[in-house]
Design a protein around this ligand. Structure first.
Ligand code: MG
Ligand code: MG
Length: 261
C-alpha cells in the first residue's frame, strides 16, 4: 500500500531530511579530507550529530544493522558496516548512506565522495551516478509512471558506459524507512503505478563501473560488485508535487517554506 502524505506530513519529512542533509554534508567533508580515519569513527560522528540535532539514527537496529551510517568503500556497493580497523585511504571512493527519524518521520540520503586523487574513470563514475539520480528525480512528476524514473536512470547510465545494480532498489518513505513502492533503477518506461502528489520517494541509483552483478558478503550485509570494480551510490528523498519534484534531503540556500506556511 502506498501512503500519500498530507502537506503537514511533508513538512515533517522536510524537517527530518534537512537535518539529514546537513549531517551528511559534514560527514562527506570529513571522509573526503581525512585519510586514515576509520569507518567506525565516521559512524560515531554521524550518530553524535544526529542525536545533537534531536533526531534518531534510522539504521541502527534496523533488521539488526549495528551502526548509524553505512560506509561502502570502492567495490562495496551499499550496506558497508563501519568498523574500527578499516581506514579510509587516499584514492578510495566512499559511499555514505545515512537515515534519520524525526518526530515519527524518516529521511534517507546517500553520497559518494573521493578521498584525495582518484582516476578520471572513477571520477566519471561518481559524476554519472550523481547525474543519473537527478535524471530519475526529473521524472518523478505527477502523471508519469513509476518506471519512467527507472528508465531515465538506466538509459543515462548505460549511455555513459556504466551499469546499474538490479538487486537493490529505491523505495517509498514516510512513517516507515522503507515503504511501497519499490523503485528499480532499470527497466522499460511507462510501466507501474502512476505517480501523484503526496508520494514521497527515496530514489537511489547504485552504479557499477563493470558488470551490474553484485553479491552479499558473509556478514549478511555488505554488498560488493562481483568483479570487484568500483561502485557509486547517490540517494535523495523527494516529494512528488503537482509541479517540479521537491528534493527534501537537500540543504536549501533559500529555504523559507516553513515561514510561508
Ligand atoms: Mg539510504
Ligand atoms: Mg534508501
Amino acid at each position: 500500500m502506498i501512503f500519500l502524505k498530507s502537506e503537514q506530513e511533508i513538512n515533517k519529512l522536510r524537517k527530518a531530511n534537512k537535518i539529514l542533509a546537513e549531517i551528511l554534508e559534514k560527514i562527506g567533508k570529513v571522509a573526503s579530507t581525512s585519510p586514515g580515519i576509520t569507518t567506525k569513527e565516521l559512524d560515531k560522528l554521524a550518530e553524535k550529530l544526529i542525536l545533537e540535532s534531536g533526531a534518531k539514527p534510522a539504521f541502527k537496529g534496523y533488521r539488526g544493522f549495528p551502526c548509524s551510517l553505512c560506509v561502502s568503500i570502492n567495490e562495496e556497493v551499499v550496506h558497508g558496516i563501519p568498523n574500527s580497523s578499516r581506514k579510509i585511504q587516499i584514492g578510495d571512493i566512499v559511499s555514505l548512506d545515512l537515515g534519520v527519524k524525526l518526530d515519527g518521520y524518516y529521511g534517507d540520503s546517500a553520497i559518494t565522495v573521493p578521498v584525495g586523487k582518484i582516476s578520471d574513470e572513477v571520477k566519471k563514475l561518481i559524476k554519472i551516478t550523481k547525474n543519473s539520480l537527478y535524471k530519475g528525480i526529473k521524472q518523478a512528476r505527477s502523471g508519469n509512471r513509476l518506471s519512467d524514473i527507472s528508465y531515465a536512470i538506466q538509459s543515462y547510465t548505460e549511455e555513459n558506459g556504466f551499469s546499474v545494480v538490479r538487486d537493490f532498489t529505491g523505495h517509498g518513505i514516510g512513517r516507515h524507512l522503507h515503504e511501497e513502492p519499490s523503485i528499480p533503477n532499470f527497466g522499460p518506461p511507462h510501466r507501474g503505478i502512476r505517480l501523484q502528489k503526496g508520494m514521497v520517494l527515496a530514489i537511489e541509483p547504485m552504479v557499477n563501473m563493470g558488470s551490474f552483478k553484485v553479491k552479499v558478503l558473509k556478514n549478511n550485509w555488505t554488498v560488493v560488485t562481483r568483479d570487484y570494480k568500483p561502485s557509486a551510490h547517490f540517494e535523495h528523498t523527494i516529494a512528488v508535487t503537482d509541479n517540479e519534484p521537491e528534493i527534501l534531503s537537500i540543504i536549501k540556500k533559500d529555504n523559507n517554506k516553513d515561514e510561508k506556511q
